[in-house]
Write a protein that binds this ligand. Structure first.
Ligand code: BES
Ligand code: ZN
Ligand code: ZN
Length: 504
């Protein structure tokens, strides 16, 4: 999608349609709409007062101009009640407007900058959120249907209209939105594709392509190397599958920052989770192709970092394997030696996420990280606790978990904290090893976090994001179509962009 500025006096703005936002039950339209009425289309101004369109959140209406060839249509988009306005409403209203434009097969959709000026004081945030949500809502997964034609896409261009030069910061936003959407698309495409296509080898190929294109460093650790390095937990999971497993390490180190302490992101890359010997019920098992959503989110960061040439050293560690019940598979009762030296008694081979992550977390130490964040579709219990639109955030530093929660909210990704108090360790005490890989059924999401905590140094700020509920949506969310969500990509990017401000 092209995103372009059109800096000109209002009467000269030109596109197939322009989007106007309205609060619910508006008495008078926002100032820029009034200006439009006077400067360009008095008829439109009369029509909206018929109040067929009331401005309810996500409501849209199309108005046509008889004489205005340069802007023959207006899409009115509802924001809901004025006193409930926030960025989330703007995201939803933009998504509805863009989808209406697509439905009408319009090529060029205009957004007047003044629309956003009238809404909020933080213009940059409004524009960025509005754009990204709009683009996100138009995402479509091009699957493998042989009947899929290459039809024309609508819209093809977003036109940002301004009367005067918007300044450097705003001028840069289309690139940010475009890069961010490219990242979200990559994550969604990878999670949507089936597990016979997206294998660990495929993820390694994608990492290689990203490294080539953007100049990232890449280290692909194969099974044999992982074994000789002592990654007993990662290889235990990988053993049950014939599909080659890889621990992928990507590094974005801009010139001059090679020795900066990096931000390290670890993503769970189980390309299919059968449960292993502790096999899952077959009903809905196909959903377990999404079990690499953490790895997909981290991979996507490197697309965005490369496109935007972000000045920060970032490392991504992706343990990628299938979890299969092959003849060599690890078994309940096995004791595993992890890379950290700690021993693990396997109770369930279906708790494989924490097994592969613990070796990745131990490996992360070698980079002397300034921060470690892991992101994983780790537990069904997280879905029980928070549902499908909220992810869990846990960690060893309250300031960090709070910060992540607020960053997430700004970009429309909701996180809620769960505690990792020592009392939860009780349930994973083991008779034969340092601890077990699962406890009883209580506090399942927390116990996953407590397990991972054993592998991170206390003094390194670390957060664990459980996205089991949010990686996939079975219903259309308006700003996110049904299917893979790309959840986490935006929050992780915010962590990188705003790391300086965090004072962690
Ligand atoms: N990949 C699953 C968790 C999951 C469930 C992700 C639903 C996405 C949607 C994970 O590996 C798993 O099987 N977890 C077990 C943990 C249990 C054995 C402690 C679970 O949630 O049942
Ligand atoms: Zn599992
Ligand atoms: Zn899993």
């Amino acid at each position: 999608m092209r995103i372009e500025w059109q800096v000109a006096p209002m009467p000269q703005w030109e596109a197939d349609v322009i989007v106007f936002f309205f609060f619910e039950d508006f008495q008078e339209p926002l100032p820029y709409v009034q200006k439009w009425g006077t400067a360009r289309d008095p008829q439109f101004f009369q029509s909206i007062f018929l109040k067929d369109f009331t401005g309810k959140l996500k409501e849209t209406a199309v108005f046509y101009s008889a004489s205005d060839e340069k802007m023959p249509r207006v899409i009115c988009a509802g924001l809901g009640p004025r006193d409930q306005f926030d960025l989330d409403k703007l995201r939803n209203a933009t998504a509805s407007a863009f989808r209406k434009g697509r439905e009408l097969k319009l090529k060029r959709i205009a957004i007047p900058l003044s629309a956003l000026e009238d809404l909020s004081s933080d213009l940059a945030a409004s524009l960025e959120e509005s754009l990204i949500a709009g683009l996100s809502s138009l995402y479509k997964y091009n699957g493998f249907k042989t009947t899929n034609g290459k039809g024309e896409e609508f819209p093809q261009e977003i036109v940002l209209c301004a009367e005067k030069n918007p300044g450097e910061d705003l001028r840069a936003l289309p690139d940010v939105a475009d890069a961010t959407m490219a990242g979200i698309k990559l994550a969604r495409d990878l999670v949507s594709a089936p597990a016979n296509k997206v294998t660990p080898s495929h993820l390694a190929k994608v990492a290689d392509r990203l490294a080539q294109r953007h100049g990232h460093n890449l280290n692909i650790i194969d099974y044999g190397t992982a074994e000789s390095m002592g990654m007993g937990a990662f290889t235990a999971v990988a053993r049950g599958s014939r599909e080659p497993a890889f621990l992928i390490v990507l590094e974005h180190a801009p010139a001059g920052l090679e020795h900066e302490k990096p931000l390290v992101f670890v993503g769970k890359g189980i390309t299919f989770d059968t449960g292993g010997i502790s096999i899952k019920p077959s009903d809905k098992m196909e959903a377990m192709k999404q079990d690499m959503a953490g790895a997909a989110a981290v991979l996507s960061l490197f697309e965005i970092l490369g496109r935007l040439k972000i000045r920060r050293r970032v490392v991504g560690i992706l343990p990628c394997t299938e979890n299969m019940p092959g003849g060599q598979a690890y078994k309940p009762g096995d004791v595993i030696h992890s890379l950290s030296g700690l021993t693990i008694e396997v109770i369930s081979t279906d708790a494989e996420g924490r097994m592969v992550l613990c070796d990745a977390l131990a490996y992360a130490k070698r980079y002397e990280p300034a921060l470690i964040v892991d992101i994983a579709t780790l537990t069904g219990a997280c879905i029980v606790a928070l549902g499908n639109q909220v992810a869990a955030v846990m960690g060893n530093n309250d300031k960090l978990t709070d910060w992540i929660r607020s960053l997430g909210l700004r970009v429309g990704e909701k996180f809620w904290p769960l505690p990792l108090w020592d009392l939860y360790f009780e349930s994973i005490k083991s008779e034969v090893a340092d601890f077990k890989n699962v406890g009883d059924r209580s506090a399942g999401a927390i116990v996953g976090g407590v397990f991972l905590k054993q592998f991170v140094a206390n003094e390194t700020p670390w957060a664990h994001l459980d996205i089991a509920g949010t990686a996939w949506t079975s219903k259309d969310l308006g700003t996110i179509p049904q299917g893979a969500t790309g959840f986490g990509v935006r929050t992780l990017m915010e962590i990188i962009r705003r790391w300086e401000e965090s004072s962690l």
